[in-house]
Design a protein around this ligand. Sequence first.
Ligand code: 0UX
Length: 373
Amino acid sequence: MSKAFTFEVLATNGRARRGAITMPRGEIRTPAFMPVGTGGTVKTMYMDQVRGVGSDIILGNTYHLMLRPGAERVARLGGLHEFARWPHPILTDSGGFQVMSLSKLRKLTENGVTFRSHIDGAAYEMSPERSIEIQGLLDSDIQMQLDECTALPAMEKEIERAMELSLRWAERCKTAFGDQQGKAMFGIVQGGDIPALRLRSAQALKAMDLKGYAIGGLAVGEPQAVMLEMLDITCPELPADRPRYLMGVGTPDDILKSVARGIDMFDCVMPTRAGRHGLAYTRRGKVNLRNARHADDPRPLDEESDCPAARDYSRAYLHHLVRSQEALGAMLLTWNNLSYYQKLMQDIRAAIEAGAFEARAAEISEGWVRGDI
Ligand SMILES: CNc1nc2c(CCNC[C@]34C[C@H]5C[C@H](C[C@H](C5)C3)C4)c3nc(N)[nH]c(=O)c3cc2[nH]1
C-alpha cells in the first residue's frame, strides 16, 4: 500500500467523477459515503458489519473523544484505529461545528473557541493548533481544519467575517499539520449562500495547495436548491485533481444531485440516526416501521438485497421490534440503512464508469417516487 496520500480521477461523466484515494491504511473508492462514528463507534454496529456493507472509511468524533475519554488517553491506548478496532482510514472533523452546536457558554475569538463541556461543564479552548493536535493524537488519517460554520440565513457581513476567520485558521492548521506523509489535512470552503464569498474562499484555499477540499457551511437549513447552486459555483473553482467533500450531506437525493455537480465524499448521520428511530431506506423509498400498517406484513424490506437485515426479516417483525423498543430493531434498521447507502454509492460509481450516470440517477429516483408498495 502506498506510503503517501494520492487521489486519482479514474473516469468522468459530465461533472460526476469516479476516483480513488490511496492511503497507507487502504483505498477509498469515490464517490464515497462515510458512516459517522460518534464516540469511536458507528452506533449499534460491529466494525466488521460496517466494513461488510462496503465502507472504506468512517468518521471519528473529535469533540466527543477529546471530552471523553480524552485525546491523550486514546493516544496512550494506540490511537483510534486500535481503540475501536477499525484498521482502515478514519476522517475526523475539527470539532468546531460541534462546539458551536453542542456546548454551552462558548466564546469565539481570533485564537479559537473557548467553551464548557456539555458533559461536565469543564472549560476548554479549541485553537486551530489544538484541533490539529487532537486529531493527530487520535491518529486520524484525514484531518479537517478548524473553521466557523455559519448557520443560514445570516447577514452577509456575518458570513464574510466567519469565512475570513476560517481562511486565517486554515493557514494556521496547515502550519500545525506540517508534512505528515500518508495523512491529509483538508481545507473547508465557507461563504454561506453568497456566491462572491464562496469564490473568494475557494480561491484562497486553492492557493494553499491542500490535499483535499471540503465544502462546509451547507446543509444548515437552506433549501436544497440553494445548496446545489453553491456547489455549481464552488466546485469549478477547486482543483480537479483533489477530492471534494460535502460536509453533513445527505439524503440519497442530495447525494445523487451533488455527485452530478462534482462531489466525491459525503458524511451524514441520516442512515444511522434514522435506523435508531425505526426508519428504513429502501430502493423503493423510505419505510417508517413504527407505522401500524406493517403489523401483519410478512414481506422483508427488500427480497433482492444481499443484506440479511433487508432480506431475512418480515416488516411485521421489524415493526414489533421498533414498537417494543428492542435493541435488535435499531441494529437491523441501521444495518439495512448503511447497506442501502453503500449499495447506492456502488451503483453511482459503476454508472460513472459506464458513462451512464445521468440515466441511472433518474432510474434510482423513479424507484423512490413509486413509493414503497
Ligand atoms: C448536517 N449538516 C452539516 N454538517 C456539517 C458539518 C459536520 C459534518 N459531520 C461531521 C460530524 C458532526 C457530528 C456528528 C457526526 C460525528 C461527528 C460530530 C462529526 C458527523 C460541518 N463541519 C465543519 N467542520 N464545518 C462545516 O461547515 C460543516 C457543515 C455541516 N453541515
